[in-house]
Design a protein around this ligand. Structure first.
Ligand SMILES: [Zn+2]
Ligand SMILES: [Zn+2]
Length: 345
């Protein structure tokens, strides 16, 4: 007979399960090792720049008064925008388990199977190549490039298609940048990004599974894809107020975190630039690369005319629905006015 303590009611089961899924979805760069790397890089920048590498809440480079002011400046972390970041993140993380797992479990394998079938259709049966470390490295590089390519195009569409820009504006309404701004997205954006990543990984995995008859895994570094780890360590820095730049020649190949400062600026010369996540290759190819100067002024946010519509948590949650309503209204009234013009002519 089972002891009574092992019998779980359905509610307890649900709560336990959702807690496990929630824990699985805590972003990896909030792990202590990643935070330590971020802190170490920030300290190195403090020493190298002699306290001059940080930007203030207005996006201007300045001389910091001390280490704490350099790492955690009051004007940024006490800003209402930083507080809204936290609440948007909490909401996104609570809802994420409902779609993240489903999308990864459906879009990823479906794309992979489709690619294997497509390769067989085009080139015949798998050549069953033998994998070695070189191939594994190549595989992790291709996975990363596929991800970057898909990320670039989703991001590009989010900037250029008005109905999608209504969603992505929430990310750009951040008036200050903190590492949490990375996750400042409208809840609707999450499934789009997740489907995109699942598709890109499924695509590369399908091609390599065909080449190696299924026998390939990527080269890893600390349990993460080799290149994903190498290039992703600076991920948290993309939304940090400290300017982390690479030598100019390298910025033509890789997005330095400082290049994302311009992506968040509302100055016209910075609009729609630096769309990719990791490399500069696709921005260069499609004409959206912008390499900023040292201490380049990058006022963050959606711009003074509309910023008041994106100050609070609820404004940000409601914003896309409000924008879509307006779009629908103007479509309907546009149709009506063209109909009445036809009738009167
Ligand atoms: Zn953007
Ligand atoms: Zn961003």
């Amino acid at each position: 007979m089972e002891s009574s303590s092992e019998v779980l009611g359905p509610f307890t089961e649900i709560v336990r399960l959702s807690w496990t899924i929630l824990a699985d979805n805590i972003p990896t760069d909030l792990r202590w090792d990643r935070l330590l790397i971020t802190l170490f890089l920030a300290l190195a920048l403090y020493v190298l720049s002699r306290g001059r590498g940080a930007k203030d809440a207005d996006g201007r480079g300045h001389q910091s008064d001390g280490l704490l002011e350099f790492l955690l400046p009051r004007d940024i972390y006490a800003h209402i925008s930083a507080r809204v970041d936290v609440w948007l993140w909490v909401l996104e993380r609570c809802l994420r388990p409902f779609w993240a797992v489903t999308l990864f479990a459906t879009v990823g394998p479906a794309t992979e199977q489709f690619m294997i079938a497509a390769m067989e259709g085009l080139f015949g049966a798998t050549p069953v190549l033998q994998s070695n470390f070189g191939w594994m490295l190549l595989y992790s590089l291709v996975l990363l490039l596929c991800y970057d390519f898909v990320f670039f195009w989703i991001h590009y569409a989010m900037h250029k298609v008005p109905a999608l820009w209504a969603i992505h504006k929430v990310h750009h309404s951040a008036e200050v940048l903190t590492p949490l701004t990375r996750y400042r997205e409208h809840v609707i954006a999450g499934p789009i990004w997740a489907a995109g990543s699942a598709f890109s990984f499924g695509f590369a995995a399908g091609v390599f599974s065909w080449l190696f008859g299924g026998g390939i895994t990527q080269a890893t570094l600390f349990n993460v894809g080799f290149f994903s780890f190498l290039f992703g360590v600076t991920g948290a820095f993309r939304h940090y107020h400290i300017q982390f730049r690479y030598p100019r020649w390298l910025e033509y190949w890789l997005q330095s975190p400082a290049m994302h400062h311009t992506h968040h600026s509302y100055l016209p010369q910075h609009w729609d630039t630096n769309m990719a996540a990791i490399t500069s290759i696709f921005d260069r190819m499609f004409g959206t690369l912008y390499i900023p100067e040292k201490d380049e002024y990058t006022p963050w946010g959606i711009g003074p005319e509309r910023q008041d519509e994106y100050r609070t948590f609820w404004q940000n949650v409601a914003a896309p629905f409000r924008d879509w309503g307006k779009m629908l209204d103007s479509k309907i009234s546009g149709k009506q006015s063209s109909n009445s013009a036809k009738e009167s002519s």
